[in-house]
Design a protein around this ligand. Structure first.
Ligand SMILES: *Cc1c(COP(=O)(O)O)cnc(C)c1O
Length: 473
């Protein structure tokens, strides 16, 4: 099983090398050279399986034999043993065909745990086999960081440095990162925005000598293995709701386009997905793209759904690769132009193709809060603000008629409401309590380094913390 770069100028890699590489050497993202296919009987055979078993069967064909099905099964069971719900990602029914897929039962209460609990174990497995160490570097708008830190803490062969925008994450998010005092965990509060953090991480990756010196690897949603782990819950939900004998639609609150690209992956392997609804907050670059065919940045505004306060959706490049006929040179052209000018436009045919599958809807701050309030008043169910953006988009899609009434529409619940207590309280009057394992979060000691928005300062910091040395590479 080969993985190829969206920019067409990096070598194709097997699963393990794509896992360790993260970003491709030509600046592109890895995607499967060809998607494995699950026909109707293969999908039917997944019915009634535990989450761990279904995950093993869905992911095994993507390994190309690098990791055996039994090894994978052991890693998967270990990863999802840390979840607080036996179904790992349970479905909740909010209306006749309105569903919520709860992805927040992992250790840090957000969907990123689903991928990262597995990723940490995959790293350990592959590094031990190869006698190597790595330095994980990542940028976070809040949730990726804590989930990555939980996945990598105390792992013998991994050091982890996570950059977050100083003062721009929620207090719960910050404390979930900075109170992990394990010696291999290093938090940086960068004096800048999330996009500044992401730009610095990209710069580290694009400095080949530096990257090789410290064996730098990514846990951002650019890492292919994260996408793969997320494909699983779409398949699990789809099969539970009647696939392959019935189509299903999903509404996904979106920032980096990683989660919704995983849905696209589930469709690529055969799940009958009728529609993908993309929900954005006021940072609506993707909604504008699906309406107009033009991707144009226009600054980040802070919202009550901060994990989607993003103007450049890095994973969109994977979809673009397909829209441009899998032509790496064409993707390079578009992305270079985008980096230089802040915008690009696809042609009529490409836009029509994208709109054949995707809808984009935006929820402003008022609509997000109003959705939390309405759902709580009608069902008693508390949504976090990110989930509310997706539930709002789902309602818009129903109203627009793009998802027919008889098709189950699953909104992804991406964070536990207790992760964003202020916004939930303001909208619903309810204070969502933290689950027991995080109840003393506000009393725990914090450790964090504040750094300027400067690539060289970050490079020096990472070098001083990494345990990768000439001998241990
Ligand atoms: C990361 C995150 C998102 C956005 O997910 P992408 O994969 O970046 O699109 C949405 N909601 C929450 C709670 C998140 O943590």
């Amino acid at each position: 099983m080969d993985y190829i770069s969206t920019r067409g100028r990096a070598p194709a890699l097997g699963f393990e090398d794509a896992l360790l590489a993260g970003l491709a050497r030509d600046g592109g993202l890895y995607v499967p050279a060809a998607w494995p296919a699950f026909d109707a009987s293969a999908l039917r055979a997944l019915r009634g399986l535990s989450y761990g078993e279904l995950a093993t069967r869905v992911m095994a064909p993507f390994m190309g034999g690098a990791i055996s099905e039994d090894e994978l099964r052991a890693l998967v069971h270990d990863a999802y043993g840390s979840f607080a719900h036996a179904a790992v990602t349970p479905l909740t029914q909010l209306g006749q065909e309105e569903w919520v897929l709860e992805l927040f039962h992992g250790p840090t209460l957000a969907f990123k745990d689903v991928a990262l609990q597995l990723l940490g174990r995959l790293f350990d497995h592959v590094l031990a086999k190869r006698g190597r160490r790595i330095t994980v570097v990542g940028a976070t708008s809040g949730d990726t960081g804590s989930a990555a830190i939980e996945a990598c803490r105390d792992r013998e062969l991994v050091d982890i440095v996570i950059l977050h925008p100083k003062g721009r994450t929620s207090e719960v998010q910050r404390r979930q990162m900075t109170t992990v005092l394990s010696p291999n965990v290093h938090n940086v509060a960068l004096e800048g925005t999330f996009d500044d953090c992401q730009a610095i991480v990209k710069a580290l990756f694009n400095d080949q000598a530096y990257r090789d010196e410290l064996n730098i690897s990514a846990v951002n949603s650019i890492n292919w293995a994260r996408i793969l782990a997320q494909v699983v819950y779409y398949v699990a939900a789809g099969v539970a709701l009647g696939a392959p004998d019935r189509p299903v639609a999903f509404s996904v609150p979106t920032g980096n386009f990683g989660n919704v690209y995983a849905a696209y992956g589930a469709r690529a392997i055969g799940l009958p997905i009728q529609r993908l609804v993309v929900g954005t907050n006021s940072n609506d670059i993707l909604t504008r793209f699906f309406q107009s065919g033009t991707m144009a940045t226009n600054g980040v505004v802070p919202t009550i759904s901060p994990s989607m306060d993003i103007q450049v959706s890095s994973n969109f490049e994977r979809l673009l690769f397909d829209l441009l006929g899998r032509d790496g040179a064409a993707v390079t052209n578009v992305m270079d132009g985008f980096a230089a000018s802040g915008h690009f436009t696809v042609d009529e045919r490409q836009l029509a193709e994208a709109r054949g599958l995707f809808d984009g809807f935006r929820a402003d701050e008022h609509e997000t809060a109003e959705t939390m309030r309405r759902v709580f008043q009608t069902t008693g169910y508390l949504l976090d603000p990110h989930t509310a953006v997706g539930v709002h988009a789902a309602a818009q899609a129903r109203a627009a008629g793009t998802v027919p009434a008889e098709v189950p529409l699953v909104s992804l619940a991406c964070a536990h409401p207790a992760k964003f207590p202020d916004a939930v309280k303001a909208a619903t009057g309810m204070h969502p309590p933290l689950p027991r394992h995080l109840a003393d979060l506000y009393e725990r000691e914090e450790r964090v380094s504040v750094l300027p928005n400067d690539v060289e300062a970050v490079k020096a910091f990472v070098r001083s913390k990494s345990r990768v040395t000439g001998a241990a590479r």
